[in-house]
Design a protein around this ligand. Structure first.
Ligand code: DTR
Ligand code: CA
Ligand code: ZN
Ligand code: ZN
Length: 456
């Protein structure tokens, strides 16, 4: 049943135990998603196949964890001249903090440098290994503050909210169909400099792989409103439905166009969306009626001021918006795509891998197919092994041709290789004995092949 439509994005279910993943080169694998000529781009299931099944529920994002990140950013500002602005030490210290958390959680991080106003700026890009590199779901927040203050609501709140969401992805070892990418932008306050630099330096062929960009800039305002960007209808609906289920009314964000880091993505034809809790505009009586808070007062009266400190945050708004971000990221990163049944061949027999020894193989015999293997053969690898840097992994086709999948690495101390590679095997006959070849080339650390799967 073809579910691709403008008004909603079919959601998939959690995939089988073998995680779906492609080791994406950090940062620059996206290509612009453009819908049919003339139509506004919209986030949709680009495959059109498959049936909707229950979405995987996002975990609750612990407010306490988000606040811990905010306290860290506040102390960074306090130790660096009172701000975290572009070109100032407090910004790079903020980047280092966020990156350290992501590296420890298994993300592939990239620091993209640029220059603005004579100072070096940094975009921090974090790719979660896994998912279809041709379908990237992107979430971002600017990490810089203005020079006048610590920028805890603007935009420590968005930065901390998506950082904790990324860490929740890691805790859950979430393996959605789409590839997840997160970014913390530099120099937004100077005019969206960092995000513009990223998009402008993304080859046009790369942009179409970004199926949606979600922006989180000010999500904890002290006198909060609940605003949803009114750009891509699928993304907008995902957020609105979430808040409706909470019984929290929302309004569409009308004055945000061009005012935050979603703008360069939108201008590049990428579907965008996001959340906003308000800045220097004043809350009306009607808004106070539905949201509480103080009518006649700005949503954030410390906007771009020195009082944008750790006390300038409404915990309920921060919590709700962080949870909404997680919900959208979980929901929009799953698609209805389920490989057609019968197209997966697997061997789940355990094969011990001798420490620093000879290569071993797990074999999958394919039969009954016609012609060659596909240009995008999915090779599911599930290896349980401490210090995966010891391992060299390859795919051996029935005729003996070998396709390297992973090299050894003395710096990759993480455990296990549980991912799916995409191999252009179109030059190989489909039928025959395909082998996963694994060798441990360094002493100590042992493990075994838990499963080997091929999906045609
Ligand atoms: N420009 C953002 C704050 C901001 C003001 N209006 C909107 C609307 C939507 C997102 C963000 C904003 C800043 O100062 O960082
Ligand atoms: Ca929460
Ligand atoms: Zn700002
Ligand atoms: Zn901001």
């Amino acid at each position: 049943m073809n579910l691709s439509s403008r008004s909603s994005i079919p959601v998939g279910r959690r995939r089988a135990a073998a995680p779906v993943a492609v080791l994406a080169a950090a940062g620059l694998l996206a290509t612009a998603f453009t819908s049919t000529a003339g139509a506004a781009p919209t986030l949709q299931d680009t495959t059109g196949a498959g049936a909707t099944v229950a979405a995987v529920a996002a975990p609750d994002i612990p407010l306490a964890n988000v606040k811990t990140h905010l306290n860290q950013l506040a102390s960074i500002a306090a130790s660096n001249g009172g701000n975290r602005a572009h070109g100032r030490p407090g910004y790079k210290a903020s980047v280092d903090y966020v990156r350290s958390k992501l590296d420890a959680a298994g993300f592939t991080t990239t620091l993209q440098q640029f220059t603005s106003g004579g100072a070096t700026g940094y975009n921090l890009i974090a790719d979660w290994p896994g998912g279809d590199a041709n379908q990237v779901l992107f979430a971002g927040a600017h990490l810089d503050s203005v020079t006048s203050g610590a920028g805890i609501n603007d935009n420590g709140s968005g930065s901390a909210g998506i950082l904790e969401t990324a860490l929740a992805v890691s805790r859950a070892q979430y393996k959605p169909t789409r590839h997840l990418r997160f970014a913390w932008w530099g120099a937004e306050e100077l005019g969206l400099i960092g995000s513009k630099y990223y998009v402008n330096n993304l080859p046009s062929t790369e942009r179409s792989k970004i199926k949606g960009y979600l922006n989180f800039d000010m999500i904890g305002s002290p006198n909060p409103g609940y605003f949803v960007y009114d750009d891509d209808p699928t993304i907008e609906k995902t957020f609105k439905d979430y808040f409706a289920a909470l019984g929290v009314p929302t309004e569409i964000e009308t004055e945000g166009d061009g005012r935050s880091d979603h703008a360069p993505f939108k201008n590049a034809g990428i579907p965008v969306g996001g959340l906003f809790s308000g800045a220097d505009y004043v809350k009306t009586a009607a808004q106070a009626q539905k949201w509480g808070g103080t009518a006649g007062q700005a949503f954030d009266r410390c906007y771009h001021s020195s009082c944008d400190s750790i006390s300038n945050v409404n915990d309920t708004a921060l919590d709700r918006n962080s949870d909404a971000a997680a919900h959208a990221i979980w929901t929009l990163s799953e698609t209805s795509t389920q490989p057609p049944s019968g197209d997966t061949y697997e061997n789940t027999a355990d094969v011990a891998i001798p420490d620093n020894g000879a290569a071993v193989t797990s074999t999958v015999t394919v039969s009954g197919r016609t012609g060659n293997a596909p240009v995008a053969l999915k090779v599911g690898v599930d290896i349980v092994h401490t210090y995966r840097g010891d391992l060299v992994i390859g795919l051996v086709a029935p005729d003996g041709s070998t396709y390297p999948l992973k090299n050894s690495s003395s710096s990759d101390s993480a455990d296990n290789v549980q991912t799916t590679y995409t191999v252009d095997a179109s030059g190989e006959a489909a039928n025959g004995a395909w082998k996963l070849k694994v060798q441990d080339i360094a002493a100590q650390d042992t493990g075994y092949v838990n499963a080997f799967r091929l999906t045609f």
